[in-house]
Design a protein around this ligand. Sequence first.
Ligand SMILES: Nc1ncnc2c1ncn2[C@@H]1O[C@H](COP(=O)(O)OP(=O)(O)OP(=O)(O)O)[C@@H](O)[C@H]1O
Length: 255
Amino acid sequence: MVEPLLRIENLVRRFGGILATDNLSLEVAPGELHAIIGPNGAGKTTLISQLTGQVMPNSGTIHFAGRDVTRLPSYRRSRLGLARSFQITSLLPDFTACDNVALAAQAHDGHSFRFWGAARKEKPLRDAAQAALKRVGLEKRADVPVSELSHGEQRELELAVALATKPQLLLLDEPMAGLGVTESARMVALLKELRREVTIVLVEHDMEAVFALADRITVLVYGRVIASGLPDAIRHNDEVKRAYLGDQHAVTSHA
Ligand SMILES: Nc1ncnc2c1ncn2[C@@H]1O[C@H](COP(=O)(O)OP(=O)(O)OP(=O)(O)O)[C@@H](O)[C@H]1O
């Protein structure tokens, strides 16, 4: 078997009396799109935050690209190729789309924001930003301030910001949140393109999107993995149906 790009072993994280991550183990192979689903409060965001280093586990290990990154600070993980796209928008509204991406690329290269004024005009940074914008279909919106972009475009821009750091692994926390039907379809199409180039861990409530995109799906309930496997097996898993998918969810495949 290929060495996994991400290997999580026996991860535990408590918040007071709440066990947000309960002895969780999981592997993600290179090139895979691995979806993580589960009801509200199941611990999905807490897991992603432990992968990026924003939350430290109480115990357990995280290996990324063959290295133990469990105790590494976020910026070191980012340099190794781990990027997160945020559930809550982290864009600078008064800056243009291109500036936002260039800023992310510059921060990733280890420069402080103090040099931003000069960097803004720096050609290599702007070229890298334009390339990332092109990958998400926003090249014609490069000079538009974020505040004037639609919600769907802002979500695409968040992806471009993450891509500008040239990640090996992209962690996406609810990229479909708040999107309408047309915008969601665009996002699914975009992720189908991106998944050819980068390994993705996707946290998402939109089951149509999850089943259209995922190679494998892991289901969390109360911080615990209750099932992990191919989409078809998850769809038909009785415990998953009882705990999460239920009869009210019409889980259909786009494929
Ligand atoms: N900083 C924190 N302090 C205290 N409790 C927290 C903290 N972060 C998360 N929790 C708790 O940990 C549990 C898991 O929360 P988490 O946000 O990871 O779930 P989630 O699956 O991402 O939920 P959602 O689908 O609603 O985003 C919840 O019970 C939550 O209240």
